[in-house]
Design a protein around this ligand. Structure first.
Ligand SMILES: Nc1ncnc2c1ncn2[C@@H]1O[C@H](COP(=O)(O)OP(=O)(O)OP(=O)(O)O)[C@@H](O)[C@H]1O
Ligand SMILES: [Mg+2]
Length: 244
């Protein structure tokens, strides 16, 4: 079942952060949300996460309004937010522990460590890891929950350009493997087009959706595609909206 965002408004006091936002997110899609600072991207993501509730309108998952966070939807933020006193392996298992499962499925934890390319670092603490690796641990901590929906709020925003490229490639491969729905926020136009199979461009004051479109590029993405006419066409459209 898709996630249906139906005419959502979100006010913070007298400030209208979002208005008339409608969006369908198909199961297994990779949706990127692009917009300038303050246009309501995080607000939209937090509404889908259930960390916020709409002022008006509703968001449905399996035909049921999302009212609170659930293990089927996990969020990865820009800051990895790891616990410095826990090892990599314990950081990844933390969510499972919080969920109150009777016993932690350490087999699953180690499987995810393998998927994320973190084997050999299980005993390391966050300060012993690079920024890119810390962010991979944060993604692993989300993945171990087997979420249907991975909500990512500028997860690579704090990384240097090279690490960021590597993580983008890695995320696309990961998406191919896990089949989860990914909603990925960024204010980087190239990143938004390069990663998404659907692209949402937002406009500010109040936050609204300006464009919602399929990204007409083959799934096997490659950086040469930034020169593809389809890429450039979308980029020009997005730039026009962001530049308004
Ligand atoms: N809890 C809150 N209370 C009051 N205002 C808020 C709150 N959260 C967000 N806002 C306001 O709502 C608007 C949208 O914020 P939001 O964080 O969703 O933007 P964003 O697109 O994620 O921006 P950025 O790219 O800087 O992260 C902003 O004007 C922000 O100041
Ligand atoms: Mg934000």
């Amino acid at each position: 079942m898709p996630i249906l965002v139906e005419r959502v408004r979100k006010d913070f006091g007298r400030h209208r952060a979002l208005d008339e936002v409608s969006l369908t997110i198909e199961d297994g899609a990779f949706v990127t949300i692009l917009g300038s600072s303050g246009c309501g991207k995080s607000t939209l993501l937090n509404l889908i996460a259930g960390l916020l509730t709409p002022t008006k309108g509703r968001i449905l998952l399996d035909d049921v309004p999302i009212m609170k966070p659930g293990p089927d939807r996990v969020v990865v933020f820009q800051q990895p937010g790891l616990y410095p006193w826990l090892s990599l392996r314990d950081n990844i298992a933390f969510g499972l522990r919080m969920r109150g499962a009777a016993g932690i499925d350490w087999g699953r934890v180690d499987e995810v460590i393998g998927i994320m390319g973190l084997k050999g670092f299980e005993g390391h603490h966050p300060y012993e890891l690079s920024g890119g690796m810390q962010q991979r641990v944060a993604i692993a901590r989300a993945l171990v929950m087997n979420p249907r929906v991975l909500l990512m709020d500028e997860p690579f925003g704090a990384l240097d350009a090279q690490t960021r490229h590597r993580m983008q490639k890695f995320l696309l491969e990961l998406w191919g493997k896990i089949g989860a729905t990914i909603v990925f926020i960024t204010h980087d136009i190239d990143e938004a087009i390069m990663l998404g199979d659907r692209l949402v461009v937002m406009r500010a004051r109040p936050g609204r959706i300006a464009i919602e479109t399929r990204v007409p590029l083959p799934r096997a993405r490659h950086w040469d595609m930034t020169l593809d006419p389809a890429f450039l066409y979308l980029k020009r459209q997005a730039m026009a909206i962001l530049g308004e």
